[in-house]
Design a protein around this ligand. Structure first.
Ligand code: NAP
Length: 342
């Protein structure tokens, strides 16, 4: 019986201690000396303090529907759209959709031979790796708009979420500033706005805090001074999109959406001035008319993004586990007392 109790206690301590203490160790790893700031905030680079928000004043030049419809853009003033993550499962839908609109497109990949062979088409492929900032100089040169559909692999190391969607996004934004990029359209994920649903908690606990790093990457984009649109899709599946799409803010919904539909929202954000400086979630909703979402951008609020995802095991989870363990221990003790009495 002693062994059962010991086992339950050990399980509980091991399961909860790592996620609860995780930030502290990450902060120590960062060797950041601003110890008067809470640990999670210290992971947001110093330059992102609210006081420094306007480090850059972008000249707001949008691609408007008028231009594309009237065809009045010349080769010289046609904006250059750079797609990073272009070889990915969403990125290729983005390329396809942009190609129909006759824009200047540059597609980025870490393996341009494979990407261009896989995807075909007549795209300008340029090497870029967000974990190696020097590769972004050429890749982002003259870019007007960046659409990012990059994604990390689970695990630590150069392909992991911390390297790709946190430090990599910081590199991307810093180089975009140098290049004079006017608008970053970034594919993130539901759960990056502080949601505590099961899949978010699972991804944070067992996939190296994927959503925490995404959340911090998003925050860097929001505070960059460059116009941004952050699109957070629910669970992705492969089909081209043809469905109604629901928009929401504050990371309160869960659901799924075809990658093709996410690509449509990303590309529409190039043209729709109401997409500027918005962070929002997108899921499929079959009850909605197919194209109704295009009018939803204007109903989105700026400054509404939920909260920074901490990556810790939420109180509601470890609190209920604690109660469960206490109940089990109480039950065991009651049974023992009854046995002794009998
Ligand atoms: N799976 C889901 O249910 C789900 C739900 C919501 C959001 N998301 C997120 O949506 C995003 C796109 O998902 P997806 O399935 O379309 O992605 P994907 O097919 O896995 O493609 C990922 C892309 O990221 C690029 N990439 C990875 N590391 C890079 C690096 N260091 N530098 C530059 N590019 C890099 C890859 O390009 P190269 O290898 O060619 O360089 C690849 O094109 C991801 O961030 C994903 O986490 C996923």
């Amino acid at each position: 019986m002693q062994f059962t109790k010991l086992f339950i206690l050990t399980f509980f301590v091991v399961f909860t201690a790592k996620p609860l203490l995780a930030h502290q160790s990450e902060c120590q790893e960062q060797l950041n000396s601003n110890f008067n700031r809470p640990c999670l905030e210290r992971l947001i680079p110093r330059s992102l303090d609210p006081l420094n928000r306007n480090m850059m004043q972008p000249s707001v030049v949008k691609v408007s529907n008028q231009y594309s419809v009237s065809g009045s853009l010349t080769e010289d003033n046609q904006p250059l759209i750079v797609v990073i993550g272009a070889s990915g499962r969403t990125g290729r839908f983005v390329l396809e959709s942009l190609a129909k609109r006759d824009l200047r497109i540059r597609a980025l990949s870490r393996n341009i031979a494979k990407a261009s062979a896989d995807i075909g088409g007549n795209y300008e492929w340029v090497y870029a790796d967000v974990t190696q900032p020097e590769t972004l100089v050429m890749a982002l040169q003259d870019s007007d708009i960046i659409i990012s559909t990059i994604g990390a692999k689970p695990g630590k190391g150069p392909d992991g979420p911390e390297s790709v969607v946190y430090k990599g996004v910081i590199n991307l934004v810093d180089e975009a500033k140098r290049a004079g990029t006017r608008h970053i359209i970034y594919m993130s994920s539901i759960g990056a706005g502080g949601a505590e649903n099961f899949s978010t908690v699972f991804l944070n606990l067992f996939m190296n805090k994927t959503l925490k790093w995404k959340s911090l990457g998003e925050e860097y984009i929001r505070n960059s001074g460059i116009d941004f649109t952050i699109v957070r899709p629910g669970g992705l599946y492969g089909d081209p999109g043809t469905q109604g799409i629901k928009f929401d803010q504050g990371d309160k919904i869960i659901g799924s959406i075809p990658r093709g539909d996410v690509a449509s929202v990303l590309v529409e954000s190039v043209y729709n001035p109401d997409a500027i400086n918005k962070t929002f979630e997108v899921i499929n909703d079959e009850s909605l008319p197919v194209d109704a979402w295009k009018d939803e951008f204007k109903n989105l609020k700026t400054g509404e993004y939920g909260k920074i995802q901490s990556g810790r095991l939420p109180f509601s989870y470890w609190g209920s586990m604690l109660i469960l363990v206490l109940l089990i221990v109480l039950l065991i003790r009651r049974r023992r007392r009854r046995k002794r009495a009998a």
